[in-house]
Design a protein. Sequence first.
Length: 198
Amino acid sequence: MGNIIPQDYHISRKQRVKVKHHNSFVIWFTGLSGSGKSTLASLVEKELFEKGIHTYSLDGDNIRGGVNKNLGFTASDREENLRRIAEVAKLFVDAGIVVIGAFISPLESDRKKVENIIGARDFVEVFVDTSVEECEKRDVKGLYKKARSGEIKNFTGISAPYEKPINPDVIIETENTSIEESIKKVLNYIMPKLKLTK
């Protein structure tokens, strides 16, 4: 580490967001597998993109297929998975991009570490609150069935814990809220954050 010297660039984050005409930050969707977080995150990004906002999505399965393909699902691997994602997201934020992330991120301590890496000012936590029962009914990937049969170990909500966020910025109760209302709720929270201040 002693030989690593951070590079100073000629272009600052402030200059990058000014060119893009909006602030940059991370919108972090957390919730159980099957809660609807990836669907909601994708639709929120679509709305922002159509408004001319520069965005990029990071999703659990996609990240594990590339950057984190050497990691499993042990507690330590999950922690490292999120650490790497947070560092990647931070780079995108510095580039002036609004990052949309959808990750189970089951532990409060791990989400707090992610927030600390990214910075509290640049971190918006959206809790997609869906019961295990509802997620099992949906089970589009067939993961809950495999977890119940013991085929998948350390599965969040079945054989591994999910700690609900203590103080999320936005809560979406998918069983009582339409997708249109959910998108609107997220956008209502983040639109003021997008505005540049002189």
